[in-house]
Design a protein around this ligand. Structure first.
Ligand code: FES
Length: 96
């Protein structure tokens, strides 16, 4: 008997293609990166495969990271980017 694998989902987050199963969750943080949970594979903005160490990645939104496409915390020093917005993190994959 053959067991079917769950379908994989693909999303594009800030130009990066992420691939995961039904557990793929994308959450945008108003004053920080976009967290993607449940990632199984990923390509950067140029389509090159990215080595993943964990199933969760923080993708840079401010475009000032030195380890792009990942967030390195530099957004905290980008004027106007890390100001408290009062907004809550937002699911970007249609889930709440
Ligand atoms: S969002 Fe964190 S370094 Fe860009």
């Amino acid at each position: 008997m053959r067991i079917a694998k769950p379908p994989l989902r693909t999303s594009v987050v800030h130009g990066c293609r992420v691939l995961g199963d039904a557990g793929l969750r994308i959450t945008g943080y108003p004053s920080g990166p976009t967290l993607v949970r449940g990632v199984e594979a990923m390509c950067d903005r140029d389509g090159r495969p990215v080595e993943l160490r964990r199933g969760i990645v923080a993708i840079c939104r401010c475009e000032h990271s030195r380890i792009t496409p990942f967030c390195d915390g530099t957004h905290r020093f980008v004027p106007g980017f890390d100001e408290p917005s009062g907004r809550e993190p937002r699911a970007m994959d249609g889930r709440s």
